[in-house]
Design a protein around this ligand. Structure first.
Ligand SMILES: Nc1nc2c(ncn2[C@@H]2O[C@@H]3COP(=O)(O)O[C@H]3[C@H]2O)c(=O)[nH]1
Ligand SMILES: [Zn+2]
Length: 496
């Protein structure tokens, strides 16, 4: 039997393990646990030289001292214990509710049966290792496993490359089909429901946005180049809970909707529209799921590269121009160098302005120039920035059934970050801490202090946004305030 030798760093020591390919997964884990002086309750994580997590399994690739893995004890499995207790608690409350309802109705209502089934399913999952992957602590050895919380779960048997190629084929085969007038019109409103569309279809709809704004004709963009560009953009979004391709699509669709709602076509030039739409599309490229504060505190490569100055936004922008530097993807390739420089400058401004650390600065500038806003003035650059920014944080302007799942995705990403911060001993970002925030508290604060002031200001310039943006956001505030009140009342009544 041939054995392989694995070199790895653990607790500052270089170690080696030797095992055969027919060795069991449990044996391999035990080998690493022993080296890390960890017990069975600990969760181990192995990183390769490029910092990606690899699976602790017999198929682990042999390496040399120079290319050794990093082995880390990232958590004890306490979280499962806590989750398990919470599920038991939930189950007891459901049983209690069921018996009360039974007294009156003599039958268990469907919704209680459904809830019971969900709790049961959750408990089963918790008993397997599946939950570790939701927490980002376990990876299948299928190199780049897709995130379980991705809003659009894809076929697990296919590799990422194969899945992407499948999306590409579907996109290209559908893109010649006629998108109905009804869909085209719907695409221009904040009512659009992203959850009904799969990735290939979203690529077709993005193509429609460029064509319906006449951008292909105005900038001599070949259809094939636009399709290559859109596909590359799609490939450069990660499968993470929130900052994924679906988010990119939603932000671009909202930007597109705002262009039509506020009739920007008659107020700005085609170049400005191209800048805004393309900035929205590229604004979160290759987002890793951990925000700037984390990048800076953890001293990541991005923070080092960009000197702690908006590391993520600088990266999104750099990735965008990396894609645009490939001739087959460059929708800007038929422009003069002066036009290119102008569009590049505009996109950099718009994408960098999505850093929420600059929120007040940008809002205040907009407030100052607001009375007597002049669209032909150079100052409209500020308007472009604010429109992309508004689109970026506009989920709550959408119907509740569309917006609420987005909040779940966002909190998932937040909690993932704060869990990692706790594990690594980094400062914990309070609004991401699962022990401190809840859905309603997160949303009432965000709507009161971020959304309403910004949207109110924009509505002064475009009164039609009152109906399309402000009103839905006010309704969302009511909804989450009610939820907050109800959960406080419930806590009061269940207090021992
Ligand atoms: N609480 C809350 N935060 C949001 C919402 N939408 C966007 N954000 C935050 O606004 C930020 C905008 O920039 P990022 O994409 O980095 O991260 C986003 C989130 O942190 C929302 O609906 N609720
Ligand atoms: Zn974003």
């Amino acid at each position: 039997m041939t054995t392989k030798i694995i070199h790895f760093m653990v607790n500052g020591r270089l170690e080696r393990a030797e095992f055969g390919a027919d060795c069991s997964a449990a044996d391999v884990k035990d080998l690493f646990r022993a080296a890390a002086e960890a017990g069975p309750q600990h969760i181990l994580k192995i990183y390769n030289t490029s910092g990606s997590v690899v699976n602790v399994c017999p198929q682990l690739e042999a390496n040399s001292e120079d290319s050794c893995y990093q082995l880390e004890v990232v958590a004890t499995d306490l979280q499962s214990v806590v989750m398990s207790a919470e599920l038991d608690n939930m189950e007891n409350r459901l049983l209690h509710m069921e018996s009360k309802v039974m007294e009156e109705m003599r039958k268990t209502p469907d919704f209680i049966c459904e809830l019971k089934q969900q709790v049961e399913c959750f408990k089963r999952k918790l008993e397997t290792v599946e939950h570790l992957s939701w927490m980002g602590l376990f990876k299948d050895h299928n190199e780049q496993q897709l995130c379980k919380f991705s809003p659009d779960p894809r076929t697990p048997e296919l590799s990422v490359q194969e899945q992407r190629q499948q999306v590409r084929r579907k996109f290209l085969s559908m893109s010649s089909l006629q998108v109905t007038e009804e869909v085209r019109e719907h695409l221009k409103t904040p009512m659009f429901d992203n959850w009904q569309w799969e990735e290939a279809e979203m690529l077709v709809l993005l193509q429609v946005m460029y064509t319906d704004l006449d951008l292909l004709t105005a900038f001599h963009i070949e259809l094939e180049v636009l399709q290559n560009f859109l596909f590359e953009v799609y490939c450069h979004y990660n499968s993470i809970p929130f900052h994924n391709f679906q988010h990119c699509f939603c932000v671009t669709q909202m930007m597109y909707g705002l262009i039509w709602l506020t009739d920007l076509r008659s107020k700005l030039g085609r170049t400005d529209l191209l800048i805004m739409l393309t900035s929205a599309l590229c604004h979160d490229l290759d987002h890793p799921g951990y925000n700037n504060v984390y990048q800076i505190n953890a001293q990541t490569d991005l923070a080092l590269r960009y000197n702690d100055i908006s590391p993520l936004e600088n990266h999104h922008c750099a990735v965008a121009f990396g894609i645009l530097s490939k001739p087959e993807c460059s929708i800007l390739r038929n422009l003069s160098s002066e036009q290119y420089r102008h569009i590049r400058g505009g996109m950099i401004k718009c994408i960098l302005a999505t850093d929420m650390a600059r929120h007040n600065e940008i809002l205040n500038k907009f407030k100052v120039m607001q009375p007597g806003f002049n669209f032909s003035d150079q100052d409209h650059k500020e308007l472009m920035k604010i429109m992309v920014k508004v689109s970026d944080i506009s989920n709550e302007a959408r119907p509740m059934a569309v917006a609420e799942p987005w909040l779940d995705c966002l909190l998932q990403e937040f909690f993932n970050q704060s869990d990692t911060e706790k594990l690594k001993g980094l400062p914990v970002t309070p609004f991401m801490d699962r022990d401190k925030v809840s859905k309603p508290s997160s949303q009432t604060n965000f709507i009161r202090f971020v959304l309403l002031p910004l949207f109110t200001e924009l509505t002064k310039l475009f009164p039609c946004l009152e109906k399309h943006i402000l009103e839905p956001v006010r309704r969302a505030l009511e909804y989450y305030s009610d939820m907050e009140r109800a959960s406080k009342e419930e806590q009061e009544t269940t207090k021992p």
